[in-house]
Write a protein that binds this ligand. Structure first.
Ligand SMILES: [Fe+2]
Ligand SMILES: [Fe+2]
Length: 174
């Protein structure tokens, strides 16, 4: 089978930035790429969930998962991709996304009717995202104010997603 060569998305030299102080640009890029890959995988998990889940509540829940999936891709992914452009870094090759990803993928239920299982997988993904963004925030704080602001905004959204899933689990009542 034909394997296309990988697109070179990393520059040979990552440029330094005037707004960054006391932090290697390479470190910032590494953290941003991990988060970018996570967002892509989160989008995938939620859109998969939206189409896969079955049962009496599936229509409403499918809409919830689609909306959150859009947040991950249209908002978070693009915020991170735009910041990476400041370091001359493009979108990674599709084949590298899994290894770059920090959170990978949560355990998905084998039974499409296991609504709580789908919600728990979402909760697990958000929990990992919150921990990871929290650690990025701690690393860039006061050193890279631009990345700091982006991470703070995304982190607040992940907290909302987490709460939403958590509340839905108790509502479905298992
Ligand atoms: Fe996200
Ligand atoms: Fe999220």
């Amino acid at each position: 089978m034909f394997e296309p060569p990988k697109y070179k998305y990393m520059p040979d030299n990552i440029p330094s930035r005037p707004e960054v102080r006391g932090l290697e640009p390479k470190k910032i890029v590494e953290l941003l790429l991990g988060a970018l890959a996570d967002e892509f995988l989160a989008y995938h998990q939620y859109i998969l969930t939206a189409y896969a889940l079955k049962g009496p509540l599936s229509e409403e829940l499918s809409e919830v998962f689609k909306t959150i999936a859009e947040d991950e891709l249209k908002d978070h992914f693009h915020k991170l991709a735009n910041r990476l452009q400041d370091f001359d870094v493009d979108i990674p090759d599709f084949r590298d996304l899994w290894s770059l990803s920090h959170c990978k993928q949560a355990r998905l239920p084998s039974d499409p009717y296991d609504v709580d299982g789908w919600l728990r997988a979402g909760l697990e993904a958000e929990e990992c995202a919150i921990k990871y963004y929290r650690s990025i925030y701690d690393t860039v704080k006061d050193k890279d104010p631009v990345t700091e602001e982006i991470i703070e905004e995304i982190l607040a959204d992940e907290v909302e997603h987490y709460t939403l899933f958590k509340n839905l689990i108790s509502k479905t009542g298992k």
